[in-house]
Design a protein around this ligand. Sequence first.
Ligand code: NOJ
Length: 765
Amino acid sequence: MKRLLIVALSLGILSLSAQVKSSVSEDPKMDKFINDLMKKMTIEEKIGQLNLPSSGDITTGQAKSSNIADKIKKGQVGGLFNIKGVEKIKDVQRVAVEESRLKIPLIFGMDVIHGYETVFPIPLGLSCSWDMAAIEQSARVAAVEASADGICWTFSPMVDISRDPRWGRVSEGNGEDPYLGGQIAKAMVRGYQGIGDKAYSSNNQIMACVKHYALYGAGEAGRDYNTVDMSRQRMFNEYMYPYQAAVEAGVGSAMASFNEVDGIPATANKWLMTDVLRKQWGFSGFVVTDYTGISEMIDHGIGNLQTVSARALKAGIDMDMVSEGFLTTLKKSYDEGKVTEAEINAACRRILEAKYKLGLFADPYKYCDVNRAKKEIYTNEHRAVARKIASESFVLLKNANKTLPLKKEGTIALVGPLANSGSNMPGTWSVAVNLDKPKSLLDGLKSVAGNSASIVYAKGSNLTADQALEERATMFGRSLGRDDRTEEDLRNEALEIAKNADVIVAALGESSEFSGESSSRTGIGIPDVQQRLLKELLKTGKPVVLVLFTGRPMTLTWEDENVPAILNVWFGGSEAAEAIGDVLFGDVNPSGKLTTTFPQNIGQVPLFYNHKNTGRPLGEGKWFEKFRSNYLDVSNEPLYPFGYGLSYTTFDYSDVKLTSTTIDANGELTASVTVTNNGTVDGSEVVQLYIRDLVGSVTRPVKELKGFDKVFIKAGESKIIDFKINSEMLKFYNYDLQYVFEPGEFEVMIGGNSRDVKSARFTLN
Ligand code: NOJ
């Protein structure tokens, strides 16, 4: 076994000497202000600060809050969420600062997940841009718009790693890779809050909330809210980094996840909330539950409301969303000696600190400038940003015979249940959107093509043949509307218009509500009724382009074999329609790369690129070998690997050059490739760096993403792409959960996706 080089454990799990930072802030003025205020507060008023009801304007969960105004006057409310409209927020704030005894302002939160009224692609789509500046800008625009409407706190970024496309909430995260997820977490926090001392310095910077801490994306069988159980090695090496990265970026708050971790719901898990989050990572913000996370612990089976509320507080939870467990039981627990005043004080202080940092004590109406909303929301400038980013998020999965781009001429038959719906474009987590605003694909294509092409439309089919499924999916959401005609009638109408067309664009897949919260599925293919339509369209012999709408990786094996071109557009936001047009007509060359593996079939799930080798790996390029780790009926390969995505040009990669084949602990080497755009159009390529630790004290993944560079290369030109490699990048959590690197041999792989790479080796001494 290799000699272990155990480096400073400042990031290590065993760093027991670290202190809980939040009780000792670095701002003496703030400390004095809060100390003075807390001296005036009764225990009930302190508990009141920990209470976060829902306004009821927007439905994001089952339970409802009541008598809010009354509770605000009594000092029983610390904040309010999902209330829409600056005038309304101003009114509520007025009640808090004029009619409650201590006049403490409220904090106003909302699920501003991928934009406000200007909506960006769903986060999974956004991540496929691999463009950190653009992602940061999307959060910035969202912060400007939300704050112009009175919101000062967003429940974003959601950074849960997931490897299970059955889970509806894969749509909300950044895919399967912790390194990429960490970079995105940082970009989002910067975009919402601002950086370092500059955070919240303006009234258009809002507090972020990293969620759902922790491991929410690893629920068993992809079923929402389900049990999570995994080794700590897996947690720290594969799932935790994005949360930690958000903390490193200074995120102001964190949200506990619904699931259990090690047999204890996250909401009562002291190891998670205090030992790791605060002591280990130095988080100094406040932690809010996810919705009724506290009362749900009764169903988890760990006690009655009083018990679970006390457990949550003691674990390190500061704010109770909706349950009112804190509000209704903490005083009793305090009287009975089950929680201490110090514990209540710590939570209350963290909430007050957040309000102070946001500037709400200095000016409770800082985010209530009623003139801003008209000028700063859904502006042309913001919409242009959203259109550009949307076009970067689309992933070209297949393009045989250069079917794409389309020419802006002739007749284009646009067919499919998703072709003529604007309200489907924004995706599910766009609670502030005005659904009348987004254009349908039909209108988007018309606007991009202009008058030179004729675009004819037919619905072709309903979304699914299973009406009950559709009703369940759209229970609190947006229905596409069903057409009462028979499947055959709808299809015939489509075939009729397709007859005279030069090309068919089929807008198929899932509607937005088929992914998102409480929208898990066990079948992740295009619904049967749409597939039957697609087959008939292909029989016409015309070129067919599948424009795929989806919030998750789908199984597309048949489509990949039979459809000439597939462009995955996710749910691209309020400006998606024209952005899709930009890409289909070649005004924008697609550059998105998958951040999540697309399996060949659902039985392969979970399938992810950074897996372990096992003791019986399948030989390279083999389909099946007896007594090896594989399936009888499907190869081990994904349909589309992590990092994959085509362009209207092609990129050639040279061999990997290393400046040295050895480094030591303090050294650095550079790995380079020359990437050549050998097509006829300019394009952007995401050059990806993977590393494999060939021998470890514990088993190591076959490859891990360690860097990437999105570069624009003109047709016919080449660029040299350099990646610096040092020992810090080779660290991992070992068996004892120490964060270390180990000397030995490493393989460097560089390529345009996780499968097709060029490699070289070096040794760490
Ligand atoms: C439940 C969701 O899990 C979470 O993401 C969201 O922020 C809260 N509800 C509040 O709406």
